[in-house]
Design a protein around this ligand. Structure first.
Ligand code: NAD
Length: 477
């Protein structure tokens, strides 16, 4: 029985909503449906706990965050097993997600908090700038990395002295509910509330008057709704949204040296990653070699139920996403594309789509123009690097991008011209906790991670003390 964490208590909801295992398509558990009253209780308890939490002092917050990380270590296997059951990812990757999240939590516990800065101190005035907590953070996560992305939000929020009301996706609520329950052992009541519910719960959170900040990760379409909803109360929002990342391969590369890395930069988590490679630009003369290399890797990649330790790719997470990815493939073929899936054997049950490569398509086809968020990749030949760059940038997305080359300097010069929050050279998707992460264009607003991400969970506070009777006039116009 999975319960919500509200005001330090473990509670059921007004109803129980089924949760499906994508490998079996069976309803294997339920999540609580948060009532209107419970949402109020979660928000109020977060608000009431916040002043005390901020006053506790930074050392205690750091200590308790380390305690939470140790709890994650002690429960990695259980959390990973729940994650695999609800998300579909292989156990190996589920364990990695929990471990990476604990590492992330420790990073934020150890990070130096921005110190007060004296920006003027002369005979006329002393001016100091402080970072203060914002208040309550409403955090909303998607279904691809439920635990990791929850920690990306919890860690900087609570370190800065805020309290949190967190809502995972209804497709993957369980590991987050369990995480919330485990963290109650260390955190004071109300500091972290975890609630679950059907689709309207997110909108009720973002239009709520209590949060001072919304930290949202999800699709562009929902992100725009969140921004509109936040406007009603002028609530600040960090939005980490979708991507349609291009990888541009230059003609100097040694294909055998990069093929495996590039394959996994695409199909990691079944392509269900915001900054996975989603369009692959290769020089015309290397196109056929690329297709051959990728088909060979795809043919040998074990696909199946994540609880089987030999599996490297599980099912797609849910029926909607399965239908969407299948439709994108069918549509690409209808537009003259060739879909190559070297192991397209049927599974009797489960939302399985084997790693698929599509050739013979270009811009104007949905698979190229939209975010597929699944295990299918269009391979796009180009004739000049400038052409590849301009096609890579011709999108409303701007999350990530990469350049693959034997010449890192040439790669970095081209990476600088990619219109994306992060551009990698000879790798993709790397997002260590110390590195700022955020999207340009429709891929998001604001930044997570590093001291920049911690800063986003704080408000500037200026104290200007007059010292002289002959004060300089600096009043705003
Ligand atoms: P989604 O937008 O459908 O849902 C995300 C979350 O928002 C879920 O918890 C959902 O219940 C909630 N939600 C739904 N409607 C809402 C509303 N009106 N108001 C508030 N919340 C609402 O996204 P998804 O399908 O769960 O996740 C996939 C998307 O997330 C992809 O586009 C992917 O690229 C993106 N993503 C981005 C990042 C990043 O850091 N930029 C990371 C992971 C995933």
């Amino acid at each position: 029985m999975y319960t919500m964490s509200i005001a330090g208590e473990q509670v059921g909801g007004s109803d129980e909503v089924p949760v499906v295992n994508p490998a079996t398509q069976e309803q294997f558990a339920t999540m609580p449906d948060c009532s209107e009253l419970q949402l109020e209780q979660a928000m109020t308890s977060a608000r009431d706990a916040q002043t005390g939490w901020a006053a506790e002092g930074d050392d205690l917050r750091r200590e308790l965050m380390h305690k939470c990380a140790a709890t994650m270590d002690a429960n990695t296997e259980e959390l990973a097993r729940i994650l695999t059951s609800e998300q579909g990812k292989p156990m190996m990757e589920a364990r990695w997600e929990v471990e990476a999240a604990a590492f992330h939590l420790r990073y934020f516990a150890d990070l130096d908090f921005p110190k007060p800065e004296v920006i003027a101190d002369d005979e006329q005035a002393r001016v100091e700038v402080f970072h203060r907590p914002l208040g309550v953070v409403a955090a909303i996560t998607p279904w691809n990395f439920p635990i990791a992305l929850a920690i990306w939000k919890i860690a900087p929020s609570i370190r800065a002295g805020n309290t949190v009301v967190l809502k995972p996706s209804p497709f993957t609520p369980l590991a987050t509910l369990r995480l919330g329950e485990l963290f109650q052992e260390s955190l004071p009541p109300g500091v972290l509330n975890v609630i679950t519910g059907t689709e309207t719960l997110g909108a009720r959170m973002t239009s709520h008057a209590i949060p001072s900040k919304i930290s949202f990760t999800g699709s562009v379409a929902t992100g725009k709704k969140v921004a509109a909803s936040a406007a009603a109360n002028l609530t600040g929002a960090t939005l980490e949204l979708g991507g349609n990342d291009a990888a541009i391969v230059l003609d100097d590369i040694d294909l055998s040296a990069i093929a495996t890395d590039l394959f996994w930069a695409t199909f990691f988590n079944n392509g269900q990653a915001c900054s996975a490679v989603k369009r692959l630009f290769v020089p015309e003369k290397l196109h056929d070699d690329f297709v051959d290399a990728w088909v060979a890797i795809a043919a040998e990649t074990p696909v199946g139920e994540g609880t089987d330790e030999s599996v490297q790719l599980g099912p797609v997470n849910n029926a909607n996403q399965y239908d969407r990815v299948r439709k994108l493939i069918t549509d690409a073929v209808a537009h003259g594309g060739r879909a190559i899936a070297p192991q397209d054997q049927e599974h009797e049950v489960g939302y399985y789509i084997p790693p698929t490569i599509v050739t013979g398509v270009s811009e104007g086809v949905a698979l190229v123009d939209e975010e597929q968020f699944g295990p299918v990749l269009p391979i796009l030949p180009y004739s000049s690097v400038d052409e590849a760059l301009s096609r890579a940038n011709a999108t409303t997305y701007g999350l990530g991008g990469s350049v693959w080359t034997a010449d890192p300097e040439r790669g970095a010069a081209l990476a600088a011209r990619l219109e994306s929050g992060t551009s990698w050279v000879n790798t993709h998707s790397q997002a260590p906790p110390f590195q700022p992460f955020g999207g340009w264009k429709w891929s998001g607003l604001g930044i997570e991670n590093g001291h920049w991400g911690l800063g986003e969970m704080t408000a500037f506070k200026v104290i200007h003390t007059k010292k002289s009777s002959t004060d300089t006039e600096w009043r705003p116009a």
